[in-house]
Design a protein around this ligand. Structure first.
Ligand code: FAD
Ligand code: NAP
Length: 309
């Protein structure tokens, strides 16, 4: 019987494990289907993690984390969790292959994954001009022109954020109506640094070894192709919240989620189910930053200790 099972080994899961074991919990296992480190390991540059300066890739940032976080007894098992359920006071952790583990408490740290839009060159230039994170990468385009794809709340809010940093933002959307909230749409329309490119899709992104040089945008009505020469394209085509492990056999979820599938937590990262915590990108109102995920993990680890006491 585990004191604590942590699902996911990104910044949130690793930090939760360190705090829980350093705080005295025994038998703490972090289930991570791949190498620990999380999605930041796919980033070619990170410069907003405090205490770390200079050129550093996400892989380099995360490289020392597993050793430090496992120093106090955290065990990493390279397994994919398929479901977490609860019987009485005990959580059951189902693994691929059919094995089960039991735990007295659980922290879910499986993150969320931005959707790709599917235009030509998107994958090729991902991390080299194509981004899904304005907070992470916007600064690299200070006083330059950028393009944003999408018409939801995220796209419009991030376009507004980028308009404070960049000289101009082209907001490309496939319809002439936005699904973002009216107040946000109004703010975007009133912002003279944002140019709307409506009824349009990105046909392809082009560039070279140094990165993106621009996008070719297709007008859906006329078929006309327009060139927008920008070094940065931000894609906000929606999110996949990795909440699948919480889905029960009857189709309900183990704890409360909001309308977008994010796990509802309180300030201690406690979910609506006693003993079940959630930390990092998977939770409501997440800032989706490494430093925030690590902070959540620490809070959840401390919360699990309190719950077991
Ligand atoms: P994740 O890092 O997503 O980790 C989740 C982990 O759970 C993964 O390792 C996954 O393999 C594992 N997992 C998922 N499901 C299961 C399962 N069923 N069983 C077992 N394991 C599972 N943030 C910054 O602060 N600065 C930046 O500059 C920055 N740049 C970024 C650039 C890119 C390209 C990307 C993609 C993200 C960037 N971010 C940046 C965001 C940052 O990576 C995330 O906010 C952070 O990683 C979230 O941490 P997390 O632990 O919540 O989730
Ligand atoms: P979203 O609402 O699903 O919007 C995704 C946008 O991307 C849509 O405008 C969609 O176009 C477009 N899109 C999707 N696939 C595309 C493709 N292949 N090519 C081109 N465009 C594509 O996602 P989100 O903005 O991330 O928001 C997710 C949820 O979180 C929403 O419910 C949102 O309200 C909520 N949210 C709320 C706030 C807030 O309240 N402040 C902030 C952020 C997010 P169509 O419109 O044509 O479908």
């Amino acid at each position: 019987m585990l004191d604590l099972a942590i699902i996911g080994g990104g910044p949130a899961g690793l930090t939760a494990g360190m705090y829980a074991t350093r705080g005295g919990l025994k038998n703490v296992v972090m289930f991570e289907k791949g190498m620990p480190g999380g999605q930041i390991t796919s980033s070619s540059e990170i410069e907003n993690y405090p205490g770390v300066s200079g050129d550093m890739t996400g892989m380099e940032l995360m490289e020392p984390w597993p050793e430090q976080c496992c120093k106090f007894g955290l065990i990493h098992k390279m397994d994919e969790v398929t479901r977490v359920s609860k019987e009485g006071n005990i959580f059951k952790i189902a693994l691929t292959g059919g094995a089960f583990e039991e735990a007295k408490s659980v922290i879910i740290c499986t993150g969320s994954t931005p959707k790709r839009a599917g235009f030509d060159g998107e994958n090729e230039f991902f991390g080299k001009g194509v981004s899904t994170c304005a907070t992470c990468d916007g600064f690299f385009y200070k006083n330059k022109e950028v393009a944003v794809l999408g018409g939801g709340d995220t796209a419009l809010e991030e376009a507004l954020y980028l308009s404070n940093i960049c000289s101009k933002v082209y907001l490309i959307h496939r319809r002439d109506e936005f699904r973002a909230s009216p107040a946000t749409v109004e703010r975007v329309r009133a912002n003279d640094k944002i140019e709307l490119v409506l009824n349009s899709t990105i046909d392809h992104v082009y560039g070279g070894v140094m990165g993106v040089d621009g996008v070719k945008v297709k007008d859906k009505n006329s078929g006309e192709i327009k060139d927008i020469p920008v070094p940065g394209i931000f894609v906000f085509a929606g999110m996949n919240v990795n909440n699948g492990v919480l889905k029960q056999e009857d189709g309900t979820y183990l704890c409360d989620l909001n309308d977008w599938g994010e796990v509802i937590v309180d300030l201690k990262m406690q979910t609506s189910t006693a003993g079940l915590f959630a930390a990092g990108d998977i939770r409501i109102e997440a800032s989706k930053q490494v430093v925030c995920a690590a902070g959540d993990g620490a809070t959840a680890g401390i919360g699990a200790i309190g719950y077991l006491e």
